[in-house]
Design a binder for this molecule. Sequence first.
Ligand code: 5RP
Length: 231
Amino acid sequence: MSWREDAKRRAALEAAKKVKDGYIIGLGSGSTVAYAIRELGRRIREENLKILGVPSSYKTFLLAVKCGVPLTTLNEHPLLSLDIDGADQIDDDLNLIKGMGGALTREKIVAAASEKLIIVADETKLTSSLGRGQLLPVEVLPFALPLVADKIRRIGGKPRLRERKDGSGPYVTDNGNFILDVDFGVIEDPMDLESRLKRIPGIIETGLFIGVADEVFIGTQSGVKILKRKM
Ligand code: 5RP
């Protein structure tokens, strides 16, 4: 295993220790949180841990089923005890860019339903400024694509329609929408950019997660560092 995979795994396993009997857990998406989901499956089997999970993507749903993590919905449990998720970039204030895995909208909803959000990542995800060397994923209603792309250009972004890996057409989210990966360069004021983007009709959600993460578990080359949001 590469040091990065090892770091991701260590961070995820540390976060999985925070899960207690009776918790309703938000299950994020991505390769780092997948280690936490497998660990929760192990704890359910070996420690008789009693939890229910709400998956944030179809991929996570399938993994949770495979690992034996019992699932529920926001209809049955609109309030979650804890959400564990990954991130693509994390700044000093624990603001995030998420969505390179395409699940940003459901991830943001699950995070908003949770009393606490723990992010798990390896140390390569840390940055002094969001947007430095990182595109911002934005989920867009297909009907509105040309309008949204134009409006994004007008506020200084360079949008690129995400393609499927096999080149067979646009990538389609679990919600039936498209993703624009937008180059904004360094994002000086993430909150301002978020409110400008949210005013564009046709944008379903952005990958900016501002003031949402409570703790970030960072897997380093030698251990796990826990960062807490300043109140
Ligand atoms: C998916 C996400 C993921 O959490 C993010 O892309 C991190 O993934 P990974 O742990 O594989 O690096 O936001 O929409």
